[in-house]
Design a binder for this molecule. Structure first.
Ligand code: SAH
Ligand code: SF4
Ligand code: F3S
Length: 472
């Protein structure tokens, strides 16, 4: 197993000792109250999942939690670098923290996650935001207790942004955000190097967790009564590279499907180049796998797909979609689309519109191209003005809104199983949740239903989702 490193028992024992030491320091420093932490994760579910581990470690070390920055003794921003506006927002929010530090000089401010893994960002933080105490990247979450200990013992600034490629950390404490939906990473990193994307640079090379570790976690979650498990990875369907036991993603799905319990399973993100017919067959035959495939196409132009280094063309993509529709008649389909990739012409963009009309996606995640330092696309000519790109972007949203509405109209009269996760639109008295196909469903009901799987007969369609009536 080349390059694969797992933290061993000795490392974890060291970490446990360190967390114990922090607990003691905190008891001394806060004799009359529990210190509070504020943790916010930006970006994708992988980051949210990492954030749950940071919270797990904080709880072990004696922190309670607050959702108000002004009340916190430790503030952690778990950052995202995928687009420029994500970074701008985070810099703005870090700027705001200075005033809390003035009021509470003992406040510890930490920045971690994807943005910190970029050297130029870490430098900017060091230079322009000197009141930030801790900086650590995606490869160093498990070192957080060691860093916090150093800071509490008096070191002014603690940093850990080295690239420990290939590291997998198992058995960290985790404090899950939800009591009925759980994130479960199956692989980390990405080897695809799509030319626009920063993720492979900040998350390192692909590495897969051992299947027994994943199954153990699924079993524990099922026993605890979790109703939905989301398997996570930047490219879940290339799961298995470098494992001792040859288990691919389809085999992993089969094994998870066999775990006993009343829960459903989702996964994201699958890459079209690694999406096999066998995987689609497995979803069709399974008991627990949701009938939703998120398969980001990014563009409907073969020229742009080549420039993006996506390694498939629209024909291959559309063949897969046709196969999925045939084998899973109630499948819902979603995608990510980038508008305004360098050199994209209006004709290329129109091919994207054509493709979304052909596929008839249930919903889309749409982005205007954002230049990322260090990626190949950042070197490409990008002559189309931002205004023009915005125009295309709006046209795409409009087209999808019509398609989404049409797809939802077909759901009227059907019964969807909904995992209720909160209130519906304000003032309506409705609760809401997601169907197995990940469609937003709302119906009249009260908060006691939150966390339950409920059958709902659909009566109304909108472009954002559907409304229905709960069946007894
Ligand atoms: N690994 C996943 C998702 C990664 S990031 C995948 O390959 O599908 C989520 C989405 O952000 C991408 O699918 C892409 O549509 C978008 N994205 C990534 N980099 C971007 C950039 N530089 N500008 C605009 N959108 C981007
Ligand atoms: Fe980025 Fe492409 Fe990897 Fe997704 S598959 S994380 S878009 S490089
Ligand atoms: Fe952002 Fe990092 Fe996820 S860049 S999208 S948080 S992998």
């Amino acid at each position: 197993m080349s390059g694969r490193i797992e933290l061993n028992r000795k490392d974890l024992a060291e970490q446990e000792k360190c967390m114990e030491a922090v607990r003691k320091i905190l008891l001394d420093r806060y004799p009359n109250r529990q210190p509070l932490a504020f943790v916010h994760s930006y970006g994708c579910q992988q980051n949210v999942s990492d954030g749950e581990k940071l919270c797990g470690m904080l709880a072990e070390m004696g922190y309670g939690f607050t959702n108000q920055e002004s009340q916190a003794d430790c503030i952690l921003f778990n950052t995202c670098a995928v687009r420029e506006n994500a970074e701008f927002r985070i810099f703005g929010n870090v700027g705001n923290l200075k005033r809390y530090k003035r009021v509470n000089p003992n406040l510890i401010i930490g920045l971690c996650g994807c943005m910190m893994q970029q050297e130029h960002v870490a430098k900017k933080i060091r230079e322009s935001y000197p009141y930030v105490d801790l900086i650590f990247g995606t490869h160093a979450s498990h070192l957080f207790p060691f860093m916090l200990k150093k800071r509490l013992e008096g070191q002014k600034h603690v940093e850990e942004i080295e690239n420990h490629n290939g590291l997998i950390v198992e058995d960290l404490p985790v404090l899950r955000d939800g009591a009925f939906k759980a994130w479960l990473p199956v692989m980390y990193g990405c080897d695809n190097f799509c030319t626009y994307c920063i993720v492979p640079y900040v998350r390192g090379r692909e590495r897969s967790r051992r299947p027994e570790k994943i199954l153990e976690e699924v079993e524990q979650l099922a026993k605890k009564g979790y109703k939905e498990i989301m398997l996570l990875g930047q490219n879940v369907n290339s799961y298995g590279k470098g494992l001792e036991e040859p288990v691919d993603f389809t085999e992993l799905l089969r094994r998870i499907d066999d775990v006993e319990g009343d829960f459903r399973v989702r996964f994201m993100t699958s890459h079209p180049k690694d999406c096999t017919r066998e995987m689609i067959d497995t979803i069709a035959q399974s008991q627990k796998l949701c009938h939703h495939i998120h398969l980001p196409v990014q563009s409907g132009s073969n020229r742009i797909l080549r420039q993006m280094n996506r390694c498939y063309d629209t024909k291959q993509y559309l063949d897969l979609i046709a196969y999925a529709k045939e084998k899973i008649p109630d499948v819902t389909l979603s995608s990510d689309i980038i508008v305004g990739f360098p050199g994209e012409t209006y004709e290329d963009f129109c091919r994207t519109l054509d493709l979304i009309r052909q596929v008839e996606y249930d919903f889309l995640f749409t982005f205007i191209y954002s230049k990322r330092v260090g990626t190949k696309a950042a070197q490409m000519e990008d002559p189309v003005p931002a205004q023009e790109k915005s125009k295309w972007f709006r046209a795409l949203l409009e087209e999808q809104s019509t398609i989404g509405q049409k797809r939802n109209e077909k759901r009227i009269g059907t019964v969807l199983q909904v995992l209720v996760d909160g209130s519906g639109k304000e003032g309506t008295g409705r609760v809401g949740g997601k169907s197995g196909g990940n469609i937003t469903v709302e119906f009249l009901g009260d908060a006691s239903l939150i966390g339950q799987l409920v059958n709902v007969k659909i009566t109304q369609a909108h472009n954002w989702g559907v409304i229905g009536e709960k069946l007894e």
